[in-house]
Design a protein around this ligand. Structure first.
Ligand SMILES: Cc1cc2nc3c(=O)[nH]c(=O)nc-3n(C[C@H](O)[C@H](O)[C@H](O)COP(=O)(O)O)c2cc1C
Length: 435
């Protein structure tokens, strides 16, 4: 079980029931539980979609796409059943927020899935939980069973005449399966490799039926929007970046943890005030702002608002909300290597640029870090990454290439300091190097 942290600047929306016993259905009901779905039942599909669209809610899984807009792409009439798929695969290094939602507020996810179903005319939802989160499956399974027992799921939910079923599914521990099309393959019982798009899942998804796929945090935000209203939620963040976000602060910090802050919250403040700054008086070197796939920011690039548009303007991405803080003792070459080891291991191997590219990058970085690098390697790694970008079936290739390019571009000198058989300057100093 994860420890909870808190800070006065937090605005608790998704995390408002954390630590309050909301896994118990009666407790959940005392805290506005299942009120949103009852309100939504009386709203009609179009009104729900518009409410979510106007709230400025953007996907918390990484890409930041407008949730309401995504729902509006689902055809009203379809020859096959429609589905809602909750993505709880959460495997991006640095990101550990969905687990808290499943652990502390599983009924909010169920409510979000039902409301998404009402919005698009679906009667079936799936909640896919990361394989390594085995202990959370028990919580989710019980929450679903409790909801069925009260008539909140199944036939004629809340006496509305509407039927809705939810099934849970545990993954087997593959990062790639968090990618939406690989997720559908996996759920259908096949090997988790991506599908070619178009067609997009909203039109042709699970078993060929139109499918809404959203991250667990995205879906858990929806009941609050339905109850609090689009305007309230939109005004929590800057324009077009509604609401709050569960930021996962990790790395060299005094008070790491998951904090819920308004979208657009200043990154420097997040590091030095909310998470208490860097231990032992060390200086900040760099920040990975949105999970390991997002380009690194240097210490002088962190006076930015943490919302999708501001981080993009700074040349990186808000991604999945995983803020990884690196202090001056971090060897960037080793950090790049550690990151690449992950992507090489997790590449599904279907497309060549990703399978071969991540392997070459990993091998080169290993050689480089151990003192066997030559100057040409630096440009070759950059060039190789550049050639992976946009040339893979799914964005895993981009996720490996983008951070590598940023490490080289922003910390080239550090790569050069490893040349000509020199030992890693950070390891030589005996500093605490992240592996
Ligand atoms: C390699 C890879 C892994 C991903 N892993 C996750 C994940 O674990 N959870 C998630 O919600 N989205 C993940 N995504 C993004 C999904 O493809 C998709 O955009 C997301 O689930 C949509 O939900 P949202 O609009 O609510 O963000 C991943 C994408 C890629 C390319």
């Amino acid at each position: 079980m994860a420890d909870l942290v808190s800070h006065p600047d937090e605005v608790k929306v998704v995390s408002r029931r954390f630590g309050m016993g909301a896994t118990n259905l009666d407790r959940y009901l005392e805290m506005d539980g299942y009120k949103a779905v009852q309100k939504a039942l009386g709203m009609g599909a179009e009104a729900i979609v518009n409410e979510v669209k106007n709230s400025g809610l953007r996907g918390r899984g990484g890409a930041g796409f407008s949730t309401g807009l995504k729902w509006s792409f689902v055809p009203k009439q379809a020859p096959k059943p429609k589905y809602v798929l909750c993505n709880g695969d959460e495997s991006e290094p640095g990101t550990c927020k969905d687990r808290l939602i499943f652990e502390h507020d599983p009924h909010a996810v169920i409510e979000g899935v039902i409301i998404a179903g009402l919005a698009v005319g679906s009667h079936t939802g799936y909640i896919y939980v990361r394989g390594e989160y085995r202990y959370l499956l028990d919580i989710m399974q019980k929450a679903i069973a409790d909801a069925y027992a009260r008539g909140f799921l199944g036939k004629n939910i809340f006496g509305s005449g509407c039927d809705f079923d939810i099934y849970w599914h545990g993954g087997a521990g593959a990062y790639e399966v968090g990618e939406e099309s690989a997720l559908m393959e996996s759920l259908e019982g096949k090997r988790g490799i991506p599908r070619i798009r178009p067609p997009f899942p909203a039109v042709v998804g699970l078993w060929g039926g139109p499918t809404v796929i959203n991250n667990a945090e995205t879906l858990a935000s929806v009941p609050h929007i339905i109850l609090g209203g689009a305007e309230w939620y939109a005004n929590l963040g800057p324009p077009k970046n509604g609401g709050t976000r569960l930021f996962c602060l990790s790395g060299h910090l005094k008070r790491p943890g998951v904090y819920e802050l308004p979208m657009g919250y200043n990154l420097r403040k997040m590091i030095f005030e909310v998470a208490g700054g860097i231990p032992s008086g060390r200086a900040l070197k760099a920040v990975v702002p949105g999970g390991s796939s997002t380009p690194v920011l240097k210490s002088d690039e962190i006076d930015i608002g943490m919302d999708f548009d501001s981080v993009a303007k700074a040349g990186s991405m808000l991604g999945s909300g995983g803020v990884v803080v690196l202090d001056e003792t971090t060897c960037i070459v080793k950090f790049a290597l550690r990151t690449m080891k992950f992507y090489q291991h997790e590449s599904c191997g279907w497309c060549i640029p990703c399978r071969e590219g991540t392997d070459w990058l990993k091998k080169t970085l290993i050689r480089f870090h151990s003192g066997g690098g030559v100057k040409k390697d630096i440009d070759n790694m950059y060039y190789l990454s550049e050639n992976m970008l946009g040339r893979t079936f799914c964005p895993l290739g981009d996720a490996a290439a983008m951070p590598t390019m940023a490490f080289i571009k922003k910390f080239r000198q550090e790569f050069e300091d490893h040349l000509d058989g020199k030992p890693c300057p950070f390891e030589k100093a005996g500093a605490a190097v992240m592996v």
